[in-house]
Design a protein around this ligand. Structure first.
Ligand code: SF4
Length: 354
């Protein structure tokens, strides 16, 4: 049977939804755990191989659901082993995921939307407007695809960062369901503290996240310590300026006893002076937080440049001297289309130009 691309992927269902779906098929609830195990532990490639499920059920599931909703259409591997995957979804849209190797394990950065409407001025992903949200299963499939590849050498996706194309909190329900699925003991069992959601600062969703008392990590793309500059770089700041954003983050951090990460991309002669570092320190002083300084991978269309290593180290020093904990992230994959969304943007351009 040829499956219609509009069919839902089975990876969209969390355990409870799987129990409900199976109950509609007259099955007992324990079948959901069996099915979850086949999907995520045994990494089944087809419904037919799920040998301890009734044949009539696997046939029905195979008529009703897609299994893997994506395929790899391009990859780039950098000298440092960073691997960028371009995936095509069942409806023909494409998204990126990036696997990076750190001393603390392998981290996979996944996309949460096809394109992004947030319009951050330095970002390649924002060059292509949002076409649609990804479903929970389309996000889970990015992880599973890479995990299956790592299985060959006994490797593991240790950490997931939802920081690729898209604003996760603009696709809140699907992102939270995705986190639940990959975190589930019957799923990929990736610990909540190994899953990081990175938002540009959608305050109402930060409040929802705080109210949910989740154990996932929260990172904020800050990139500027003052409203005028942040509004220029990140239009979301017009809707949720820094005082509102910081108040929501303080409340979240205090209520949940969680440490926050502030992401700060260093842009040459834009946000990289001592004055910026001091303002940044003032902004987050007293919070349970640290700053992750990120080297910039230039995007031709935007005209921003990254800073030298010396400059980045100096900025780091100023933060530390002003009482702010910071890390300076190494550059990953700068010999490939390393900026978020760059590979996809090039692919889409080529496609449009025939
Ligand atoms: S930085 Fe994130 S939120 Fe901003 S345009 Fe890029 S993908 Fe969207």
């Amino acid at each position: 049977m040829v499956k219609c691309p509009c069919m839902q992927t089975i990876y969209d269902l969390n355990l409870k939804q799987m129990e409900e779906m199976l109950a509609e098929h007259g099955q007992k609830s324990y079948r959901a755990k069996q099915l979850f195990t086949w999907l995520y532990r045994k990494r089944a490639e087809s419904f037919e191989e799920m040998s301890d499920l009734p044949k009539a059920l696997t046939e029905k599931l195979s008529e009703e659901y897609l299994l893997m909703p994506l395929k790899e259409i391009e990859r780039q591997v950098a000298r440092d082993g960073t691997t960028k995957y371009l995936f095509e979804m069942a409806d023909g849209s494409s998204v990126e995921a990036v696997l990076m190797h750190f001393h603390f394990g392998d981290s996979l950065c996944i996309s949460s939307q096809v394109g992004c409407n947030m319009g951050c001025k330095f970002c390649a992903s924002g060059l292509l407007k949002k076409q649609r949200d990804l479903s929970a299963g389309e996000m889970a499939a990015q992880v599973l695809y890479v995990q299956k590849e790592l299985d060959v050498n006994g490797g593991r996706v240790d950490n997931i960062v939802i920081m690729g194309t898209g604003e996760p909190f603009d696709n809140y329900d699907n992102v939270m369901r995705f986190c639940e699925i990959v975190n589930s003991d019957h799923g990929l069992a990736i610990g909540a503290r190994h899953i990081t959601i990175s938002t540009c600062g959608i305050v109402p969703r930060i409040n929802d996240f705080a109210a949910g008392h989740y154990q996932y990590n929260l990172a904020i793309s800050l990139h500027a310590p003052e409203d005028e500059l942040r509004s220029r770089l990140m239009p979301i700041n017009h809707a949720y300026p820094l005082d509102e954003l910081m108040a929501a983050l303080k409340a979240y951090s205090e209520d949940n006893h969680r440490r926050l990460t502030f992401e700060y991309i260093l842009l040459h002669e834009v946000n990289d002076t001592d004055a910026h570092a001091k303002k940044l320190a003032d902004l987050i002083r007293g919070m349970n937080a640290y700053v992750n300084l990120i080297p910039y991978n230039p995007v031709d269309e935007h005209g921003f440049q990254g800073v030298s290593e010396k400059k980045a180290l100096h900025f780091y020093d100023v933060l530390m001297k002003n009482g702010v904990k910071a890390t300076l992230r190494q550059k990953h994959g700068d010999d490939i289309d390393a900026a978020c969304g760059q590979l996809r943007a090039r692919h889409e351009r080529n496609r449009q130009n025939g």
